[in-house]
Design a protein. Sequence first.
Length: 482
Amino acid sequence: MSMKGDCGMPEFPFTSMRDWLQYLEENGELVRVDQEVDLRGHISALAYTSVRSDGPALLFTNIKGYPGWKVATGAMYGRERLATALGVNPKTLYHEVAAKMEQPVPPMEVSTAPCKEVILKGDDADLALIPVPFTGELEGVPNITAGISNIREPDTGWQNIAVRRFGVKGSQSMSEFLNRTQQDYMIFMRYIEKGKPAPVAIIIGADPVTYLVSQTKMPIGFCEYDLWGAITGMPLEVVQCETSELLVPASAEVIIEGEIALDEFEVDGPFPEFELYYTVLARVPKVKVKCITMRKDPLYYYLHMGAPPTEGHYIGGTMFACAQLRAAQRAFPGVLDIHFHRWAHIVVVQVSKEVAKAWSQFAVQVGFEIFKTGAFKGVIVVDEDCEDITNWEFVLDEIQCKFQASKDLTIIPRVVHTELNPSEPWAGRWGWNDRFIIDATEPPPGYDEGYLRGKGYPPKWAREEAEKMWPGLLQSLKGAGR
């Protein structure tokens, strides 16, 4: 089902990736690249270049060796773009989404779907038919970076979805990096206990909200498709796979169906992961492809990864923050706001000064709550004196003026991590990571005299008048041709 406004332009909720791309193009936020591009570097390099200039989404229409295919990227990069996709105000994105998460709406199964216009089974289900770009210079095989993995718990039927990386190893075989800290790894362990391969479905080119909810950390047993309904106010249309009971979005571009083998493995890596550096070579489970379904004129979606900033960092960080804000506000009074500095894997939490000064070790307790559901490096807790927690300069000012390492630094050594951070062996072994909590809130009474004098601002009345004068001064500068 496609949502259209009075003028025929797609509008929220955007129920397919192609509707979302049309909206971006009609609003000047997407550029078509009609020159021929090579999967071995052009697409990743142009995606890399675009995000570094806060540039537009890109739609490649001329893929070398793949006539008729299009590849899109960058459609979910940037706070304004994500807010539009989620139907919320950019300034209150986290708070609005966190509130919507309280009212989940289950998906609605349909019998027919655009994602089944073409059905390929057996030897016809050939991964070579799909234009999978390379991401990094040292990458050995192309990796599907925007594949949303679907796996179902064998006893309860709980379906978990998450963006995962799949290396294309052959016509009908892939590698899948399963991280032991994630829910899909836990589900795969249940299949191992039963001695059965795990059915899996990989979605490529879903609508933007499906991509975003797939990045949300939810409790065990909760299907992220219910969040799609919570955010849009309507059920997501899903259809059953051809080879399993897994449900996938009806409007998706491509679905790869297969099984995760119990005792067959592939070599993963090297790949430029979200932890900045290339991964080590690792033995990972093998996925055997059984079926591919797609639209007649399919679109491939590509998430650029590697050295930040990237689109992958952005969507992950945004939805982490929404879920973390919801969890922290449920656990503690006085949590005001949160920001995930996605490129540093550091969370900044803003809390009430009154609560922080009255509650012993409040910042430390908030930090431990944040660590419950994410592989973060550290948590910085500030109070409402921090003018903008999204701006490192303001955050560092709070650390400079309120933090003393002997009293306000908490270190949690050797916590299970991603197995992707190159510093992990320095913590003791791969898969370990030290974490920290910085308390940059105002010290308790008896030690807060220095803050009572206030910050060094110009007079309030003068600042208010300056704000009124400023637009006219800028306009006069433009009039002078400068």
